[in-house]
Design a binder for this molecule. Structure first.
Ligand code: AHM
Ligand code: MG
Length: 336
C-alpha cells in the first residue's frame, strides 16, 4: 500500500470514530496498555465521572454560595477557594472508591494520601487549577498524571512509588471547564479529546489523534511580571513582538495549553525573582501537560532540560515551564 492510501485509510478510520462515547473508546483501546487488565480503563472512567460532578459544581458556582475564598491556604500558599476544596473531595472520593489507585498526591494536600488498598496505580492531581479564575467565570481545569506503583501491593508504600519522573507516566490528562467541557488524555498512544454533552451526561470523542502544530504565532506569558524575569525571557518576549506574534494569556494553564495545542503557540512560566524555582508544580501540573505535548508532537522543557526527565525530590517541587509547538519551544530555549 502506498503512503497516500495508508494516510487516507487512517484519516477515514479517525473520522469514523468521531462521536464514540468515552467509555466505548476506552474499552476499544484497552489492549494498547502494557498491563491490559482493565484497571487503568476503570481508573480513567472514575476520573471522567468525578469530572462530571465537578463540572456541575463549576457551572452552578454563580448560583449558590460555593464561591469565594475559605480563608485557608493550601500547601503552596495560595488562597484555597471553596471549589478547589470541593473538587479535591470529589476526585479523592471517586479514586478511593474505585480501588485502582493506592496513593494520591494533590495540590490541595501537604503529603500524599495512602488509600490503604491493593491498587496498582499512583495518581498526582491538581483538582482545580487556575485558582485566580474560579470566581470570575473564566475557564479552569483539572490536571492528572497516572503512574504504576513500583513496589509490591500489600507492602508499605515507598518514596520510589510516589516520586516518579514524568517519563514514567502511564497516562495523563486534563479536563477543561470552558465554553464547553472537554477531557483530553493520553496513554502514550497519541492524544484524544472528548467533549461533554451535558444533556446526555456523556463525553464524546470530538478531537481524535490531536496534533500540535510544529510552529505557531501565539505566545502566552504573564508579561506583567516582566520586571522579575531574566534578560533572556525579556529578549524572547521582544523577539515574539518582532515576529508579530499574538499575546494570549488566560492565567489558567489548562486553557492556555489547550488553545496553543489546537492553534500552535508557546506557554512559558519562567523562573522569576519572586519564584526562583518557577511557580508551577512538576508533579501535578507540568508532567501531565509535558506528556500530552510530546504525544501530540509538541515539546516541554524547563528552558534547558526535558520536563519528563527531571528527577522528583519532593511532592510540591516547582519548575520553570516552557511548553507548546516544538519549533517555538526550541527557539525560546536559545535565549540565554
Ligand atoms: P494555581 O495552582 O494556584 O491555580 O496556579 C497555577 C496557575 C496556572 O494555571 C496559571 O498558568 C498560572 O498559575 C498563573 O499564574 P500568574 O497569575 O502568576 O500568571
Ligand atoms: Mg494549580
Amino acid at each position: 500500500m502506498n503512503k497516500t492510501n495508508a494516510t487516507s485509510i487512517e484519516s477515514s478510520r479517525i473520522a469514523q470514530s468521531i462521536g464514540l462515547t468515552l467509555d466505548r473508546f476506552i474499552k476499544n483501546n484497552q489492549d494498547q496498555f502494557q498491563y491490559a487488565s482493565g484497571e487503568l480503563s476503570q481508573l480513567l472512567r472514575d476520573i471522567a465521572l468525578a469530572s462530571k460532578v465537578v463540572n456541575r459544581e463549576v457551572n452552578k458556582a454563580g448560583l449558590i454560595d460555593i464561591m469565594g475564598a475559605m480563608g485557608t491556604q493550601n500547601m503552596a500558599g495560595d488562597n484555597q477557594q471553596k471549589l478547589d476544596v470541593l473538587a479535591n473531595i470529589r476526585f479523592t472520593r471517586a479514586l478511593a472508591k474505585g480501588g485502582e489507585v493506592c496513593a494520591l498526591v494533590s495540590e490541595e494536600a501537604e503529603s500524599f494520601v495512602d488509600l490503604n488498598n491493593e491498587g496498582k496505580y499512583v495518581i498526582a492531581i491538581d483538582p482545580l487549577d487556575g485558582s485566580s479564575n474560579i470566581d470570575v467565570n473564566v475557564s479552569i481545569g483539572t490536571i492528572f498524571s497516572i503512574y504504576r506503583r513500583k513496589t509490591q501491593t500489600g507492602t508499605p508504600l515507598q518514596s520510589i512509588d510516589i516520586l516518579q519522573k514524568g517519563s514514567e507516566q502511564v497516562a495523563a490528562g486534563y479536563v477543561l471547564y470552558g465554553s464547553s467541557t472537554m477531557m483530553v488524555y493520553t496513554t502514550g498512544h497519541g492524544v484524544n479529546g472528548f467533549t461533554y454533552e451535558p444533556s446526555l451526561g456523556e463525553y464524546f470523542l470530538s478531537h481524535p489523534d490531536l496534533k500540535m502544530p510544529e510552529d505557531g504565532k501565539i505566545y502566552s506569558i504573564n508579561e506583567g511580571s516582566s520586571n522579575s524575569f531574566s534578560n533572556a525571557i525579556r529578549d524572547y518576549i521582544q523577539y515574539c513582538k518582532d515576529q508579530n506574534y499574538t499575546a494570549r494569556y488566560i492565567g489558567s494553564l489548562v486553557a492556555d495549553f489547550h488553545r496553543n495545542m489546537l492553534k500552535g503557540g508557546i506557554y512559558i512560566y519562567p523562573i522569576t525573582s519572586k519564584d526562583p524555582h518557577g511557580k508551577l508544580r512538576l508533579m501535578y501540573e507540568c508532567n501531565a501537560l509535558a506528556f500530552i505535548a510530546e504525544q501530540a508532537g509538541g515539546k516541554a522543557s524547563n528552558g534547558h532540560n526535558r520536563i519528563l526527565d527531571i528527577e522528583l525530590k519532593e511532592l510540591h517541587q516547582r519548575t520553570a515551564f516552557y511548553v507548546g509547538s516544538k519549533n517555538m519551544v526550541t527557539k525560546a530555549e536559545t535565549f540565554k
